[in-house]
Design a protein around this ligand. Sequence first.
Ligand code: CO
Ligand code: ZN
Length: 335
Amino acid sequence: MKTLLKILTECASPTGRELPIRNLIRSMVESLADEVSVDVMGNLIARKGSLQPGGMKIMLSAHIDEIGIAVTHVDDNGFVRFTNVGGVRPYTCYSGRVRFSDGTVGVIGMEPTTSVTEVQPLSKMYIDVGATNPADCPVSVGDFGVFDRPFAELGNGRIVSKAMDDRAGAAVLVRLLEMMPENPHEIYFVFSTQEEVGLRGARTAAYHIDPDLGIALDVTLTGDTPKSATMDVALGKGPAIKVKDSGMISSPALVRYLTEIAVKEEIPYQMEVLTGGTTDAAAIQVSRGGVPSGCISIPCRYVHSPSEVVDLADMENAVRLLVAALGQSILLGDA
Ligand code: CO
Ligand code: ZN
């Protein structure tokens, strides 16, 4: 899992520019799935199994895009101005590095402030790629970049990297595809695009697939760091079964089902109520006539920074939970 996570998070592929990560994951899942396709939005869809008696059409979704920047202007001295692609916060930017798809690296500077504790808005920041004028600047208006920070192992099985959101979810789906036991379902493993700008890939994929059940795999915030907001999710205490976030309320029947499976299989789990943010499940849930949907979340510290931290055991346990939940007929009962 660690090596897989390293390979996936080190791929530079921001929202709207998912070709590199899609090709990478396609090379991993092609031999494992019964059918692999790419749709107009760039979603990679791997189907495993076909509908059997007692089975369901299930859509699993993990987004493969990552937050980044897009070039808006190169000034007379070769400094690059940029805008955010997805939820980028100024305080995670200053003095950080950006990598463009052609390999160009730049450092983020900002115009002077009146106080050392003040951070400028993105409109007063710039990227210094070593250029001296627009002609010798290797990037131009419309180019996309990602934040560049090395992958590293911390203590206690904790890993730090950029783009854990949501390559951690993608890694769980790749592992699940490898381990999926015999089952009656037709399962669509969707590696979705443009989640960070509004769940756009999952929305069209859900409409196209028309599933009976939807489960997103994504990261969630934690409440386990100094003076953090009160939130009952901690690193290392298991995957979180989402009850609610600011974009959706999970199907109560699905929450109950997943919880019962976790208890029965003795898989550690946590209940998640997230007050800000949402996942692909919000788009799946309201597709067509509605789809019972929920989300299994990987607890993650410092989400939407270039140094997102997850616990490997939480990811392994998310795979176990999915194997147990999908490896049999699913009776959801009343909502
Ligand atoms: Co995100
Ligand atoms: Zn995400």
